[in-house]
Design a protein around this ligand. Structure first.
Ligand code: SF4
Length: 205
């Protein structure tokens, strides 16, 4: 049975991670949510209910936001599923400290909301880290299992990455190191094709 708690924020490695929603349009085969209740010893990240903006801000007001190396929208869900809460929370963080803000995302916000969302992030986020997961569409769909079977989600993700460069200083595509050297080389070409960096990260980070 899933353990739940209102773990809206949690600390790891000197950084503050924000868990603002459990909603996600994907069901990635590797997602921590498939097998666990928390991340690296955190309290359970299954939220008892969808937090309101007021609940998120009340949680952040209990912390010294300037004391962290970075503040990261991440958690057990896709943060852009709750775009208004994400943006308003980022505005609040900006208003009280200079701590860099990162968004970890599946890059499918435009499909979630049915419009171009990239301009919404202008001035609010320092780094957008988008999970590429694979070097081509078919493998991407098999790994991430998004709910839109009839859409080219891989192309949507790449378009999001490319257009985000206009609004966010640092845009990164990520893959995990276990995919192997050949896939990593192909992923690098994909990142080059949209003019963003590729980060190869260990599976457990
Ligand atoms: S996009 Fe992220 S939260 Fe959603 S299923 Fe994949 S890894 Fe999990």
């Amino acid at each position: 049975m899933k353990k739940t708690a209102m773990t809206i924020s949690y600390e790891l490695w000197g950084k503050l991670y924000l868990n603002i929603t459990n909603k996600c349009p994907c069901a990635c085969t590797f997602c921590l949510r498939q097998n666990d209740d928390g991340a690296y010893g955190s309290d359970p990240l299954w939220l008892e209910h969808q937090p309101t903006l007021e609940e998120v801000l009340a949680n952040l007001k209990t912390r010294d936001l300037s004391s962290y190396e970075e503040i990261i929208f991440c958690g057990y869900g896709e943060p852009t599923s709750e775009l208004d809460i994400l943006l308003e929370t980022a505005k609040y963080i900006r208003s009280v400290c200079d701590t860099p803000i990162r968004l970890n995302t599946n890059g499918l916000a435009n499909l979630i909301h049915g419009r171009k969302t990239e301009p919404d992030f202008k001035g609010l986020i320092d780094t957008v880290s988008i999970s590429l997961n694979a070097s081509e569409s078919e493998a991407y769909m098999a790994i991430t299992r998004p709910k839109w079977k009839d859409k080219d989600c891989f192309a949507e993700l790449l378009s999001f990455a490319k257009d985000m460069k206009q609004y966010v200083p640092n845009v990164v595509l990520t893959v995990v190191d276990v995919i192997g050297e050949e896939e990593i080389a192909k992923s690098q070409k994909v990142a080059d094709s949209v003019g963003v960096k590729l980060r190869v990260r260990p599976l457990e980070s």
